[in-house]
Design a binder for this molecule. Structure first.
Ligand code: CP
Length: 304
């Protein structure tokens, strides 16, 4: 039976622990993994732009000794001629052992998974989910904090369209003593279905527009970009795009062991001056994403 990962909740807490253990072992012993996927092929089907996700999937497969094929924009595939996601998935299943798909439409990777005969990984679907970014986030949090329990996590920026935020809330809601502080403009609050999920599980959260007032409480600060491509009009984007800009001055009341994360790409939300602060973890996140994607490919291909 093929197994796909469309949502971070498709992976149990035990499986997340296993992926983190594998990723840590890959970091410690990369040579052990260099031929694990010899003869296997990953297809990267990206109907929407990407730097990190596509290239880290490709680097992951190469570092496992496998090969990669695919496309990086819808216009260079037969989607431009009107081919459906279902037919694309059936076709690519004839060429590849596993598929990573990014698509601007929510649910498109699920349609692909229902039609493919090989595992499909959701590499980001519209404003919905981005489970492998969450894997990168989780490994980063684990390596920085040593545990997922008893953390106060501030999520700041575009919490409405930011799919990485929705996936991270789902993932972290399964650990003990986690509290969320949701920092956004009124127009970019977390969608009600995500809030309902937290309420149903009894997860404490507060909503605020003021980053500086909550800064001293935070163990993790997860900054996000305002998602221009999801806005219906440019005026609203221009009004909201610089709602939060993290500068060294704004960190003066932050904990000394705060971890600053960002899924990237960054536009203006974090001043470049923060990059040299030891609390900045966003480029570690990029690297951690590659290791977790290696671990996920091994799991889904059932490579020992
Ligand atoms: N974090 C992330 O998804 O980055 P890309 O859009 O560059 O893949």
């Amino acid at each position: 039976m093929k197994r796909s990962v469309l949502n971070i909740l498709d992976l149990s807490v035990e499986e997340l622990d296993q992926l983190i253990a594998t990723a840590n072992d890959i970091i410690a012993n990369p040579a052990k993994y260099s031929e694990k996927c010899k003869g296997k092929k990953l297809a990267t089907l990206f109907f929407e732009p990407s730097t990190r996700t596509r290239l880290s999937f490709e680097a992951a497969m190469y570092e496992l000794g496998g090969n990669v094929l695919g496309f990086s924009e819808a216009n260079s595939s037969s989607a431009a001629k009107g081919e459906s996601v279902a037919d694309t998935a059936k076709t690519v299943s004839c060429y590849a052992d596993i598929i990573a798909m990014r698509h601007p439409k929510e649910g498109a990777p699920m349609v692909a998974a229902m039609n493919a005969s090989v595992p499909v990984i959701n590499a980001g679907d519209g404003g919905h989910n981005h489970p492998t970014q969450t894997l990168a986030d989780l490994l980063t949090i684990y390596r920085e904090k040593g545990s997922f329990d008893n953390l106060t996590i501030g999520l700041c920026g575009d919490l409405k369209f930011g799919r990485t935020v929705h996936s991270l809330i789902n993932a972290m809601s399964r650990y003990t003593g986690v509290k969320f502080i949701l920092i956004s403009p009124e127009e970019l609050k977390v969608p009600s279905y995500v809030k309902q999920g937290m309420k149903d599980q009894g997860i404490p959260y507060v909503q605020t527009t003021d980053l500086e007032s909550v800064m001293p409480e935070l163990d993790i600060l997860y900054m996000t970009r305002v998602q221009r491509e999801r806005f219906f009009n440019e005026e609203d984007y221009l009004r909201l795009k610089d709602s939060y800009i993290l500068t060294p001055d704004k960190l003066k009341n932050a904990k000394s062991d705060l971890s600053i994360l960002h899924p990237l790409p960054r536009v203006n939300e974090i001043a470049v001056a923060i990059d040299s602060d030891p609390r900045a973890c966003y480029f570690k996140q990029v690297l951690n994403g590659k290791y977790m994607r290696m671990a996920l490919i091994l799991m889904l291909l059932e490579v020992q």
